[in-house]
Design a protein around this ligand. Sequence first.
Ligand code: PA5
Length: 433
Amino acid sequence: MSRLSLDLNNLKTFISEKDLEAIYPKVLSYHEMLENGQGLGSDFLGWKKPGLSKAVLAEINEVAKSVRELCQVFIVIGIGGSYIGSQAGITFLKPSFLNQLYKEGLPEIYFCGHNISSDYHSDLLDLVEKYDVCLNVISKSGTTTEPAIAFRLFKKLIEKKYGVDGAKDRIVVTTNSNKGTLNTLAKEQGYQKFIIPDDVGGRFSVLSPVGLLPMAVAGIDIGKLLAGACKGEELYSQPSLVENNAYHYAAYRYLLYQKGLITEILASFQPSLHHFAEWWKQLVGESEGKNQKGIFPASVEFTTDLHSLGQWIQEGKRNIFETFLLIENSNRELKIPASQNDSDGLNYLAGKTLDHVNKKAYEATALAHKEGGVPNLSITIKDRSPESLGQLFYFFEKAVVMTSYLNDVNPFDQPGVELYKKNMFKLLNKPGN
Ligand code: PA5
């Protein structure tokens, strides 16, 4: 059973059935290339087959359990694809104020090494100093500067608290199988290590130990998450546009882009999707934005942003389209109470749930934006379960790869991120630069 549905009705006046039919042979030929491993970047198709060996799954769960027992604070160090997927998963699946819930036996979880901010890292060092700490440093290359700096800072803190020997039980490394400084360090110091498969790129690694260990530490059932992704694999391997929602979405995105709508806004009505939108932006931005092509991915959180960016979306430049990401069932129902004197005039909503009002806000927004000339579609997932999330991760991975191929770009490289690094190393006088 699919946990995800698409509503494409608000695109119909912008994209005709004829346009869609015309694109189908192209989709089919890229589908075949992808399935046969013949498309651009085909050395990086490891994400296509989600799942782990029983042994690795058990090892991740075991390490997660011992981390939970050992520490009050768990620090995840990584940048780009090495942290954003697990943050997306934790924010989506766990209650809103997770770090206040230590009483339930979960450590507080913090992310760092995804910036070089002195204030951010100093504040975090101060915050965690009095607690028992474990960390997971994640870098596929093992050489990325931002996480390397953060790792040095937090390794020092841990070694000061527990000694070099004690630190071994508290530091987990996730990196490639055999190269890079992180690998050397893990070997020398005897840290627990998980491997990122060679054929899985950073932004496609959420369903590998990269994303799975931090999520398991947060108490998420990663077996169910992987089961959801496997369902996604089954559903989104169909060649037919009608049966394959990922290709259907990809084809529409491509056609909208061809019509000059160069920005896609991912709009949600739930804060639990906040980091998911960040994950999606990285996936789209780094996969599609190259060769002077690609949809620019933006995100908004409604109804919050209806009181700020909503104005721009309604009446600004008409080069955008909108993808609503909705959750069918909330975890918790909350009703608006009645009031005897109705002094705030809200009694017309008494007894209604917040979900009911939020749904009407969505319907009103989709209609207003369509009338304002913004084509929009909606993707609805059933609930905030690991199975739904697994399917959703897979859905977007498959769709973004298809849109990249339709645009004739390699979704799996990121040559454009090298230039800032080269300049920065030169300015910092890094030896050999
Ligand atoms: O998608 C990618 O490949 C990148 O965003 C990487 O995840 C990011 O640059 C971090 O790289 P690494 O894991 O090697 O430190």
